[in-house]
Write a protein that binds this ligand. Structure first.
Ligand code: ATP
Length: 369
């Protein structure tokens, strides 16, 4: 096991495409780091540079304190798990899992022991004699994991390992991967475009956009304190509501003017976020998580403050109800309790449930759009 360090890492493909720019990441020994971002943001390229499957154009990759830029993939002591599993169809599960060890000419007895152990961890003991074609998608995925486990590598590198599975199996295997990683304590870099996967698996999550790292933080911090509008909009489902408005009033009575409506902020807003003081009279983008708004009838409640509009779509999600309504040009979503559910076409008030902290914590200046 080992730490993995990327220092000012960049990648330019031979055709001139720049895929990664100045990437700095330190993944601690035993840590589970998830690289997430939209398609084409460079996450696979970054992972492949760590694996040794792609040349590093700029910067340094170090594994266990050793720079590996010039070390071939097979000597980097990392195990990669691919989306495609890359199993050998003519080999049994046992031989697939033990393949890398046979190549390294380990004694047969040792291979048998290691494969048995991995199969036990993965619940594959009863399937060791089978061929991949006779396995379910989830089982094949486990075999691919088994092959990585028996190598006892310094790090696991996983590239969208769950994307070929159906939704239910994905959730199951996600939990399994989390458990196995925790039990083995192997440093892991995991690439996905799925923010739910990222949030549930990562000790920390690194968000990338167009080859550049936007923020790296524990999942909750990413959710509560996104560093910019991209992260704010990318993390969270349904996505954070982003409304354009103007900060008005003064430090004692700060207000937000949004589409002709006024939202009163608590005075503490400025104490908690002193930087806001410089935004009076200026355009801002207000971020409000759907669950931080409620569809409330307390329009005139003392101290209450909200945005009134008409619900144009109500989606029942089981435990929650999503209410969509428009505020000026923005489409706003609130997450509501069943009791407050109402029909589309009725008036709603997106009432700030926790305006003091949640609203203010997610202020971002419009210039960042
Ligand atoms: P996805 O989730 O779709 O796999 P990604 O975030 O993993 O995307 P990469 O596969 O790393 O993104 O690609 C980053 C950028 O580099 C993209 O613009 C892609 O088109 C480009 N790219 C990838 N491989 C090559 C290549 N071999 N030659 C040239 N450009 C490439």
């Amino acid at each position: 096991m080992a730490e993995v360090d990327l220092t000012s890492v960049g990648k330019v493909y031979p055709d001139g495409t720049r895929a990664v720019t100045d990437l700095n990441l330190s993944i601690a020994d035993g840590e589970f780091l998830v690289l997430v971002g939209p398609s084409g943001c460079g996450k696979t390229t970054a992972l492949r540079m760590v694996a040794g499957l792609e040349d590093i154009s700029e910067g340094t990759v170090a594994i266990g304190g050793r720079a590996v830029n010039r070390v071939p993939a097979r000597d980097r002591d990392v195990a990669m798990v691919f989306q495609s599993y890359a199993l050998y169809p003519h080999l049994s599960v046992r031989d697939n899992i033990g393949f890398g060890l046979s190549l390294r000419k380990l004694p047969k007895r040792e291979i048998r022991q290691k494969v048995d152990h991995a199969a036990e961890i993965l619940g594959l003991t009863d399937h060791l004699h089978r061929k991949p074609r006779n396995l379910s998608g989830g089982q094949r995925q486990r075999v691919a994991m088994g092959r990585a486990i028996v190598r006892e590598p310094q790090a696991f590198l996983m590239d969208e390992p769950l994307s070929n599975l159906d939704a239910k199996l994905r959730v199951q295997m996600r939990a399994e991967i989390a458990r196995i990683q925790r039990d083995l304590g192997v440093t892991t870099i995991y690439v996905t475009h799925d923010q739910t996967e990222a949030m549930t698996l990562g000790d920390r999550v690194a968000v990338m956009k167009k080859g550049e790292l936007q923020q790296v933080a524990p999942p909750q911090e990413l959710y509560d304190r996104p560093t910019n509008l991209f992260v704010a909009g990318f993390i969270g489902s349904p996505a954070m509501n982003l409304l354009h408005g103007t900060l008005s009033g003064d430090a004692a009575n700060p207000r937000l003017e949004i589409g002709g409506q006024t939202l009163t902020l608590a005075g503490e807003a400025l104490t908690e976020r002193p930087a806001l003081a410089s935004y009076f009279g200026r355009d801002v983008v207000v971020g409000i998580r759907p669950e931080d708004m409620e569809d409330s009838e307390l329009v005139d409640a003392p101290g209450g403050s909200g945005l009134t509009s008409t619900a144009d779509l109500v989606e029942a999600m089981g435990s929650d109800v999503l209410v969509h309504f428009a505020v000026e040009a923005a489409q706003v979503v609130t997450e509501d309790t069943k009791e407050l559910a109402r029909d589309a076409g009725t008036d709603v008030l997106g009432h700030m449930e926790r305006p003091r902290t949640d609203l203010v914590a997610r202020f971002s200046p419009r210039t960042r759009v």
